[in-house]
Design a protein around this ligand. Sequence first.
Ligand code: PBG
Length: 311
Amino acid sequence: MVRETQVSLSCFIYPLFLVDGVNQKIPITSMPGIYRWSLDLMLKEIEECVALGIHSFVLFPAVEDSLKDQLGTYSYSSKNFYLSAIREVKKRFPEVTLMSDVALDPYSSDGHDGVVRAGEIVNDETLPILAKMALAQAEAGIDIVGPSDMMDGRVGVIREALDDNGFTGTSIMSYTAKYASAFYGPFREALDSAPKSGDKKTYQMDPANKIEALREATLDIEEGADIIMVKPALAYLDVIALLKQNYDVPISAYNVSGEFAMLKAAAQNGWLDYNRAMPEMILSMRRAGADIILSYFAKEYAQLKKERIIE
Ligand code: PBG
């Protein structure tokens, strides 16, 4: 009765990794229990999650090297398996909320979120590609586009492209305060999307900065973001709290792959009690002010709730 913070299953978005093909369920070594799915098996996974009470998903494609190029053109190609998967999931489960990833890295031969020219990531040349990618996803039926690229001005060009083409109802969840973090390591293994050279520090935020998150949020909201995200979550709970106190849009937190991996590793060694530590982590994000949590723990959280191990 006197608990200040509640966690409902409707807070969660469960990330799923998609590969082309059939009957594929490929484990990701550094993320025990998380797989790269082909569409047929992913549909079953979604069905299980829906039965447990998880209704929102974010999809990430793992793209073959031969389909990658410098400008990420496969991202909006009519042959793109990711776009067909969005169509199929929405057809089979019209009631689920589906979110996409908008960034060049899964499609880029350079492994960067933007176009690379002479070793530099060029912001403005990347923007029209991101707009095309978001539009292709909207045409496929996505509910929320999720620009994770951190290029300046991308929310504005994406909003304009969506509106101009009649997708006024497609929402934007912007990766607003996305830090140049070591905690994305397992994700890059999952998608084989690590940068081929350099790092992401010219476009992702310096972990030392907090005031800059306010500037990023103001810009994203002005440009049309419906939901703003802080990523990673655990090492940035102060940033979540800061944005919650300063803006009246919903705040999401991305509980990233490295945060998942470190708890799983400790639990596998018997060094931490998973069933207690995991819900405690989730609670901390909600307590800090996150309305929405993107988490690889989502399905297991729902299972623990069903088994009444947690309230
Ligand atoms: C890239 C992207 C990343 C994640 C989501 N989108 C990695 C990166 O910026 O290198 C990380 C998610 C995670 O670690 O769980 N567009």
